[in-house]
Design a protein around this ligand. Structure first.
Ligand SMILES: [Zn+2]
Length: 82
């Protein structure tokens, strides 16, 4: 039998516990990255004129504000995505 002190035994025990927790977190993180995420169904934009926020489909480039009925474009050069 190998003689060790109580502090060494406690240090080995804590090291093993922390290593187990780290491996559990790391493997869970890798598993969640593999699943990926779905693209959003809607974008959240704000009207340039009345500042009313509303949801739009990302495929469309021109939207009509539900409050003031103004047309709003969502091209890549504009910066009114929230
Ligand atoms: Zn509006």
């Amino acid at each position: 039998m190998i003689p060790i002190s109580i502090s060494t035994a406690l240090l080995i025990y804590l090291g093993l516990v922390l290593t187990g927790l780290f491996l559990t977190f790391f493997l869970g993180h890798l598993k969640s990255k593999k699943r990926g995420s779905l693209p959003p169904l809607y974008h959240f934009i704000q009207c340039e004129y009345c500042h009313h926020p509303f949801l739009v489909k990302p495929e469309k480039k021109i939207h009509r504000c539900p409050r003031c009925q103004c047309l709003i474009t969502t091209d890549s050069t504009s910066s009114h995505f929230l």
